[in-house]
Design a protein around this ligand. Structure first.
Ligand SMILES: C=CC1=C(C)c2cc3[nH]c(cc4nc(cc5[nH]c(cc1n2)c(C)c5CCC(=O)O)C(CCC(=O)O)=C4C)c(C)c3C=C
Ligand SMILES: [Fe+2]
Ligand SMILES: [Fe+2]
Length: 352
């Protein structure tokens, strides 16, 4: 134990050299964290991605003894082909990668120069499932001298199935490090004015390009199983609040803008109303023109481009609808980048 005498003796030493006692580099690594996507559309890349995704206990809360036989015996024997065919339809052939990959990288590539006035900041991006893995990117940033990490889970609305598992995965990587960096994580931003304004602007911009005015604009969010919500996941409330604020910002009423939930998986009940059932009902009630926006997705992906842009579109048109438009996600648009940059700068307070 150092005595008071030792402490007194050490003090003049620091003053004389003016050197820091420890090597404090104060370099901050920013990690944009997205969900992840397969490396290819063939059976094995799809199998690897789905296995990692659907083995996450934050995603499937069933006991492993019950879930694994279903996962390995049923889901992973059929879903890789089915989902692979869907991914093949939206694949970015020029870069040979999925759109989620392309857009997340583009966000990081645009964020870096936007923060050029902060010399001690490095921007990188990683995925919860698949590549580039959260662990490999965390290690790279630490190897580059980052002793602080700002994680940005790219989910406006919190859910244990997305935000929490992204943070878990980062801490799993840090658990292997002897000298782990300090960490901050950007909070959910479902009600941030900068996000609501960006969404409103992007909706207005898109509607101005159409040759029709939608009677109803649907804000469609990825669903979660209803029991997760009943047990306290605040996701449902966050989604409804985003839609309420968006409606208020656009000056629309509750008939013009509604909230629905898409992308069900498995047999249990998910958050309602379901997007597919809603568009069928609207068409049957005589609504002819609709648009769908996906405020819960930071970037376009299989669930927005294929499920909404193809499946749900077809369902609406077959049920009697006449005009349909999918409003793109914020992606790396100027509006989208303003959201990311504003939140990053705020969360860097005192660090950069
Ligand atoms: C029980 C299963 C699932 C839960 C819970 C879940 C929650 C959830 N997911 C997103 C965002 C995305 N999900 C995406 C794809 C996807 N989601 C599931 C299952 C659950 N998601 C599966 C099996 C898949 C793979 C595609 C398929 O086979 O159908 C994606 C797209 C990824 C891409 O590569 O494009 C996103 C994004 C949220 C926001 C969420 C809960 C709030
Ligand atoms: Fe999902
Ligand atoms: Fe889907």
């Amino acid at each position: 134990m150092p005595s008071a005498r030792t402490a007194v003796a050490e003090a003049p030493k620091k003053a004389a050299s003016d050197a820091p006692l420890a090597s404090a580099k104060d370099k901050v690594g920013i990690m944009l964290l997205n969900l992840g996507t397969p490396d290819g559309t063939d059976y094995w890349p799809m199998w690897r991605y789905l296995r990692e995704f659907l083995s996450d206990p934050r995603i499937i809360e069933l006991n492993k003894a019950i879930w694994y036989p279903i996962l390995y015996g049923l889901v992973l024997t059929t879903r890789p082909q089915k989902s692979g065919a869907n991914y093949a339809r939206i694949w970015n052939r020029e870069k040979n990668e999925s759109p989620l990959h392309t857009f997340t990288r583009a966000q990081a590539e645009k964020l870096a120069p936007a923060l050029a006035d902060l010399p001690n900041v490095t921007v990188d991006w990683a995925m919860r499932y698949g590549n580039p893995s959260t662990g490999s990117v965390a290690e790279r940033l630490v190897a580059q001298g980052c002793d602080r990490l700002l994680a940005f889970p790219l989910y406006p609305q919190y859910s244990a199935t997305t935000t929490a598992t992204a943070n878990d995965q980062l801490f799993r990587a840090l658990a292997k490090m002897r000298r782990a960096p300090a960490v901050r994580s950007v909070p959910p931003y479902y009600a941030e004015p900068v996000y609501i304004e960006a969404l409103a602007a992007s909706i207005e911009k898109h509607l101005a390009t159409l040759d029709f005015e939608p009677e109803v604009v649907i804000t469609s969010y990825h669903g979660i199983p209803k029991p997760y919500s009943d047990k306290g996941d605040p996701y449902h409330a966050h989604c409804l609040e985003t839609t309420r604020l968006l409606r208020e910002k656009l000056g629309w009423d509750e008939k013009k803008m509604i909230a629905t939930f898409q992308s069900r998986f498995g047999a249990q009940e998910w958050l309602q109303p379901y997007t597919d059932k809603t568009v069928e009902r609207l068409a049957k009630e005589g609504v002819k023109r609709i648009a769908i926006v996906n405020p819960g997705f930071s970037v376009d992906c299989i669930e927005t481009l294929d499920e909404i842009g193809r499946e749900v579109r077809d369902e609406f048109l077959h049920a009697g609808g006449e005009k349909f438009s999918h409003i793109p996600c914020l992606n790396d648009s100027p509006e989208g980048m303003t959201v990311i940059e504003t939140l990053v700068r705020r969360e860097l307070a005192g660090w950069a």
